[in-house]
Design a protein around this ligand. Structure first.
Ligand code: ADP
Ligand code: MG
Length: 244
């Protein structure tokens, strides 16, 4: 059964159609990746999936039971490209922000440890590196105990080595918690390393051009020859869609 069904018939900004005839589903336990060139509508699609944009023709269906943390907690959490932390709040306060002033301190401190920021509970965002700030953003998303995580190019502002560490961190955290995710990227290697399934978007309003299952078991090795074979398939599909 799918947790999330996205069916966008059309999405336009003014007279410009940005998304046209896009269907995709996120199954339970699945890691789905949306791969496409800059400007093709990835962020727009993810915002629609999150319910942040309702101005479109089509339908988004979320099929999750209520999380244990309470009836009002949303089943979907979002990690943006930039951390979007409140500069006047500490790391702990940013993570527990959704819980208001009486946030669950034990849960916040467990998350601080889980994302590798032990000892930084009282640090302010201005003292964090880009990678550390994005760890806080990941912890903040997990605080609400979502069933589905939507990530919009979450590692694009950090260096290549930090990026690999953050990719492994997200994989570990979602696996521990049984979270399914849909991640947007324009990085082919990232898509192949993270995804069980890669949805490739074409240029603007081109829809999903190709849908590629990545049948490589986990934990994956970035040097796995099977990933290199899949990379050939991705490059061929992107070429056929005139993306490259
Ligand atoms: P991507 O995330 O794939 O780079 P976006 O979803 O951000 O692409 O944008 C897709 C297209 O829609 C772009 O041409 C962008 O300029 C346009 N667009 C995005 N948001 C808005 C908006 N709020 N108003 C008008 N145009 C927008
Ligand atoms: Mg974007």
């Amino acid at each position: 059964m799918s947790l999330l069904d996205i069916d966008v018939r059309e999405k336009a900004f003014g007279s410009t159609i940005v998304l046209n005839d896009i269907q995709l589903s996120l199954r339970k336990g699945e890691a789905a990746v949306l791969l496409g060139p800059s400007g093709c509508g990835k962020s727009t699609l993810l915002r629609i999936a999150a319910g942040l944009d309702r101005q479109f023709y089509g339908k988004v269906t979320v099929n999750t039971s209520q999380p244990e943390s309470g009836a009002s907690a949303p089943p979907i959490a979002f990690v943006f490209q930039e951390p979007r932390l409140m500069p006047w709040l500490t790391v702990a306060q940013n993570i527990g922000y959704a819980g208001g002033p009486r946030f669950n301190a034990a849960r916040v401190h467990r998350l601080i440890d889980d994302v590798g920021l032990t000892g930084n509970a009282d640090t302010l965002p201005k003292a964090l590196s880009g990678g550390m700030a994005q760890r806080v953003a990941i912890a903040r998303a997990l605080y609400t105990e979502p069933r589905i995580l939507l990530l919009d190019e979450p590692f694009s502002a950090v260096d290549a080595f930090t990026r690999m560490k953050l990719q492994d961190l997200v994989l570990k955290l979602v696996e521990q918690r049984g979270i399914s995710f849909l991640l947007v990227t324009h990085d082919i290697d990232e898509a192949l390393y993270l995804g069980d399934r890669i949805y490739m978007m074409g240029v603007r309003a081109g829809g999903i051009q190709h849908d590629l299952p990545v049948d490589v078991s986990r934990p994956r090795d970035r040097r796995d020859a099977r990933l290199a074979v899949h990379k050939n398939d991705v490059l061929t599909a992107l070429q056929a869609a005139h993306v490259i």
